[in-house]
Ligand binder design. Structure first.
Ligand SMILES: *Cc1c(COP(=O)(O)O)cnc(C)c1O
Length: 389
């Protein structure tokens, strides 16, 4: 890979050479039939990824735009939204929905834990909710939410289930055709950005809607949006020679390439690979005497939030790692300075993660924390093998 540094933050993530090559191809006109074919293929692959025949949208923007599209196209002013939050990104739906005059209630998990499903069941009895948002993996805590339990509960209450997959899509199962629970309840909206587990540079908002979610949009007389209104984009997604607003041609080349990589590997293999990444990296870091914020049974396959041992300075730790070409992220909100976050998703390789383990060991030593790098590597290799290059 051309990457000089290993970008092990929870997005953007390492980008493969093929994707960089695709990004650098000559820019075509945005309604050129040759480009339209690529765009159409990219949209079809998005539907395949989410296992749906309904609708998918891929447009310029970040994950937050996709969050906004999910809300404005399903919930209108004065209607109620229940936000199930597992941290910083779950909370983002609160001001977002309020900006559109939506009534918002919130259930917040303690950081590092999953929400209590009983609490959700009780809250759903208090009001009639149009939709419920859940963050699949909250990037602030490294917790994977218990969607298999939440989907049936939410759907039974008659609300739409909106899943923020920004740090999960293409690494965890997000299947719009899969039925959960006795009622075969399904996800209605799933959204992501290009720069996390898909392994592309930032710049694309990606979202899929079930037939039920599309019906909800059709029932809204108007939406308080123009660019984010899916009705304005539908004709472009169906026939990309149509124009609404100029799509990011080169990002679509890169996305088509990245999605081929994703689908060629296959979701089953990707899910397993990411599970192994999460287990391996956390076992190695635990061998250094560090503790993940989330307990292993709820810890995410895509990133980990790791608490520092006593006496490690956050800024110095990350600076010394960066000097060695390993980029990790600080923690957010009340955990800032007390933990760091390491991404292990998308095109990240076992070799990158092993390098990171070695360098983290060296830096901990430099900062006066006694560790055995060999023991951490052994723990890592019990789960993952690194191909010799
Ligand atoms: C990164 C992230 C977002 C925000 O995405 P942007 O692309 O930064 O707008 C939202 N939700 C989750 C879970 C994320 O990880």
């Amino acid at each position: 890979m051309a990457n000089k540094e290993y970008l092990l933050i929870p997005g953007p993530t390492p980008v493969s050479d093929e994707v960089y090559d695709a990004l650098g191809r000559e820019t075509m006109g945005h309604t050129d039939p040759r480009f339209a074919k690529i765009y159409k293929n990219a949209i079809e692959m998005t539907k395949e990824l989410f296992n749906t025949d309904a609708e998918a949208y891929v447009i310029s923007g970040s994950g937050t735009l996709a969050m906004e599209m999910a809300i404005v196209n399903t919930v209108s002013k004065g209607e109620r939204l229940l936000v199930i939050s597992h941290g910083f990104f779950g909370d983002r739906f609160i001001p977002l929905a309020k900006a559109f005059g939506i009534e918002v209630d919130v259930i917040q998990a303690e950081w590092g834990k999953q929400v209590d499903v009983k609490e959700v069941v009780n809250q759903l009895k208090q009001h009639s909710y149009k939709a419920v948002t859940v963050t699949h993996v909250d990037t602030s805590t490294g917790v994977e939410s218990n969607i298999a339990e939440l989907i049936p509960v939410v759907k039974r209450a008659g609300a739409l289930f909106i899943l923020d997959g920004v740090c999960a899509t293409a690494a965890l199962e997000e299947d719009l055709s899969k039925g959960y629970g006795a009622d075969d309840a399904k996800i209605d909206v799933v959204l992501t950005g290009s720069q996390k587990a898909i392994g592309m540079p930032p710049g694309l908002a990606i979202i899929a809607f079930s037939d039920e979610a599309i019906a909800a949009r059709e029932q809204l007389a108007e939406v308080p949006a123009y660019y984010a209104d899916i009705q304005n984009w539908r004709k472009v997604m169906d026939t990309p020679t149509a124009y609404f607003a100029t799509p990011p041609v080169n990002l679509i080349y890169a996305y088509e390439c990245a999605m081929k990589i994703v689908l060629n590997e296959g979701m089953e293999a990707r899910i397993k690979r990411h599970e192994n990444y999460g287990t391996a990296i956390r076992r190695a870091l635990i061998a250094y005497g560090m503790n993940p914020l989330a307990k292993e049974d709820v810890a995410s396959p895509t990133l980990s939030c790791i608490l520092y041992p006593e006496g490690i300075d956050d800024a110095l730790f990350r600076e010394k790692l960066a000097e060695r070409g390993i980029i990790v992220a600080g923690a957010l909100a009340h955990l800032a300075g007390k933990a760091f976050r390491i991404g292990h998703m998308g095109s990240t390789t076992p070799q990158m993660l092993e390098q990171a383990i070695c360098h983290i060991g060296e830096v901990l030593e430099e900062l006066g924390h006694k560790v055995t790098i060999g023991a951490a590597l052994k723990a890592f290799r019990e789960v993952l093998t690194v191909e010799k290059v």
